[in-house]
Design a binder for this molecule. Sequence first.
Ligand SMILES: NC(=O)c1ccc[n+]([C@@H]2O[C@H](COP(=O)([O-])OP(=O)(O)OC[C@H]3O[C@@H](n4cnc5c(N)ncnc54)[C@H](OP(=O)(O)O)[C@@H]3O)[C@@H](O)[C@H]2O)c1
Length: 332
Amino acid sequence: MQNRQLGPFQVGAIGLGCMNLSHAYGAPPSAEQGERLLLAALDAGVTHFDTAALYGFGANETLVGRVLKPQRRNLILGSKGGMAGVQFEEGIKRVIDGRPEAIRRNCEDSLRRLQTDWIDLYYLHRWDKQVPVEDSVGAMSDLVRAGKVRSLGLSEVSAATLRKAQAVHPISAVQTEYSLWTRNPEIAVLDACRELGATFVAFSPVARGFLCDALHDVATLDGKDLRRTMPRFSPENYAANLKLLPPYKALAQEAGCTPSQLALAWLLHKAPHIIPIPGTTRVDHLTEDLAAADVKLDAGLLQRLESLINEKTVAGNRYSEQSSREVDTEVF
Ligand SMILES: NC(=O)c1ccc[n+]([C@@H]2O[C@H](COP(=O)([O-])OP(=O)(O)OC[C@H]3O[C@@H](n4cnc5c(N)ncnc54)[C@H](OP(=O)(O)O)[C@@H]3O)[C@@H](O)[C@H]2O)c1
């Protein structure tokens, strides 16, 4: 696979999002299946793995840390703090907390679960709107100085917030949702990243399965699947969105690739500072997704693709109102 620059590191052009092995889309796979997937990724030459304190409330870091440990020095490991599970009387809940003491605690917990002395790329998972981003990033820069993390990233921030953070410490990467059906980063964040020398890490790059032609009936989703809370996956909106798939699949056929590969290849063609991190629980899907790095798309096809699937042709918002309030949509 071709390499791309991720902050100060060289990594494969497509990384692996590990969230799905413990979190998000219904019942997670067994630990054995998760381990198989991670080992297959290593075998396939994946060099960049993405996890977070939040995923499975620590279970994802525990799995990733255990399986990747023998190869630790040869890999770039990204993790995230500032949003994690907190134990309450009624159970564990997800809490956004960007105070310096929370960041320090999150990082120590992540290092322990990951069985490592350092995290290569440490992201602020969400900007906590109660805390100036400069304070959170200040705490993260102390972690760099202490040798606990090697570079810093932000997730789901506006260009304005990125610039504020950059004034405190160089930001190596911004990780935000970006795919054919989620184009917000095109307003300003992609340009700001290019200008500041930060890599843009595209999460949910295959539209959480929609662009893989893998989900035809949202009624089949598990009761706990996060997509049930997302307006684009409501039965009405999804039915409208499914009408985009036949012409989309025809474009994939024309490009000589699968629908999932077309979504990833489009991202790789958009700019050299973009790295997609698809997530999967299946080795066959992993193999398929990684091969997207070799797909070539011509300008005419790219144009037809972009006019077919974009925020105007898609029905429904990407996030619920509650989740939208948690991301930084103030100024792009
Ligand atoms: N920073 C943040 O706030 C944030 C938020 C969300 C995600 N992320 C990161 O981004 C990563 C990826 O995002 P994501 O998982 O939300 O979305 P995604 O990668 O767009 O989609 C994942 C879904 O697509 C399916 N899929 C993937 N490749 C496929 C293929 N070739 N054929 C059929 N189905 C396929 C997977 O199912 P199968 O398991 O069946 O393959 C899964 O349901 C996560 O793992 C996580 O690391 C970060």
